[in-house]
Design a protein around this ligand. Structure first.
Ligand SMILES: Cc1ncc(COP(=O)(O)O)c(C=O)c1O
Length: 328
């Protein structure tokens, strides 16, 4: 057996290797704040974490993502509410007050110069050991990334998406309602769907009720015009869904919907829907036109999906749920 002599790298070599890595696979992350570094970096080569951070090797971390629209952060308070809940479910201590986290998020966006995109932020249990429990005295880490956001094909909105029921089991409720860095089922579901030639998957729970998609919620418009959304006790409480359910009241008022309900949705009832919707911060609202090869409704994007998308987009641009970023 010939044992290779591995190079021993000094700091200069490591920095240059991190740069080469980014050159061979360019990314568009505009700014990264790290409490471990104590500030913001804009060079993606420097957007790093210590390998022994428990978020890296044990998945003991949480995150959330808010949208950035025309230089304003949309609905950050709803995302911070969920972040605080996820921290509590994960026995993670927030190292900063909510106000301090908000200020750092706004400051990172200002440093990024980015006016449209997404802001993702994480809380990790910190470095200091390779044990299962966090190292004694480990300092929790807070990180913020500003990036262009996830983008989806235009045909999702014009022609609609196709989804499949995933073969992967839905997460147990506690883990599903927590936005932790354990996204293995979500990743596998999306990969499975792509391999099958469709756009995404849908989790079904053990009782045969509809759950959610990979990183988005789903909802339905029944044949009698009721907007039905699965209960949030076994899926992630989407900030977009919550807002959409409020905005949908306008469609009830003008007669385009007969009602809005959050309830258990048996799969058979869901398949008979007139419309099926995919909902999330990045996708907003997109129509699903086929599920497991069967058309939803007439197999074309329906009017409620379009109306809710318009309401949400207006809310993102002109509503009262914004933080103005003080760009230099
Ligand atoms: C599993 C899961 N469900 C639903 C959502 C939709 O949530 P939001 O509307 O806050 O983006 C997300 C995205 O955060 C998610 O990861």
């Amino acid at each position: 057996m010939s044992v290779p002599t591995l190079p021993r790298l000094d700091a200069a070599h490591v920095l240059s290797a991190l740069s080469s890595l980014r050159q061979s696979q360019p990314v568009k992350y505009a700014a990264f704040y790290s409490s471990q570094l104590g500030g913001v970096v804009t060079d993606p080569a420097l957007m790093v974490l210590p390998f022994d951070d428990h978020m890296v090797h044990r998945g003991h971390g949480i995150f959330d993502t808010a949208g950035l629209v025309d230089g304003r952060i949309y609905d950050l308070e709803a995302h911070l509410d969920r972040f605080e809940r996820s921290a509590a479910h994960s026995r993670l201590t927030l190292p900063l007050s909510r106000e301090a986290m908000r200020d750092i998020i706004v400051g990172t966006v200002a440093a990024s110069g980015t006016r449209n995109g997404a802001i993702r932020y994480w809380l990790s249990s910190g470095p200091g050991s390779l044990e299962l429990s966090p190292a004694p005295g480990a300092a929790p880490g807070f990180f913020v990334m500003v990036f262009p956001g996830l983008s989806y094909p235009e045909r999702w909105y014009t022609d609609g998406l196709r989804v499949m029921t995933t073969t992967y089991p839905i997460k147990p409720a506690l883990y599903a309602v927590t936005k932790s860095t354990n996204y293995l089922p979500n990743v596998l579901m999306q990969m499975e769907a792509k391999a099958a030639g469709v756009d995404n998957g849908v989790f079904i729970d053990a009782q045969g009720h509809v759950g959610e998609s990979s990183n988005m919620n789903v909802a339905f418009v029944t044949t009698d015009g009721v907007l039905r959304h699965p209960k949030f006790d076994h899926i992630l409480q989407g900030c977009t869904s919550l807002r959409m359910l409020e905005l949908a009241r306008q469609l009830v008022a003008d007669g385009r919907l007969a009602g809005v309900e959050v309830c258990d949705i048996p799969v058979a009832q869901a398949r008979a829907a007139r419309e099926m919707l995919l909902i999330g911060s990045s996708v907003k609202v997109a129509p699903i036109v086929a599920w497991d090869g069967q058309p939803i409704g007439d197999g074309r994007p329906g009017p409620v999906a379009g109306a809710l998308l318009a309401l949400l987009e207006a809310d993102m641009r002109t509503g009262d749920r914004h933080i103005d970023v003080p760009f230099a």
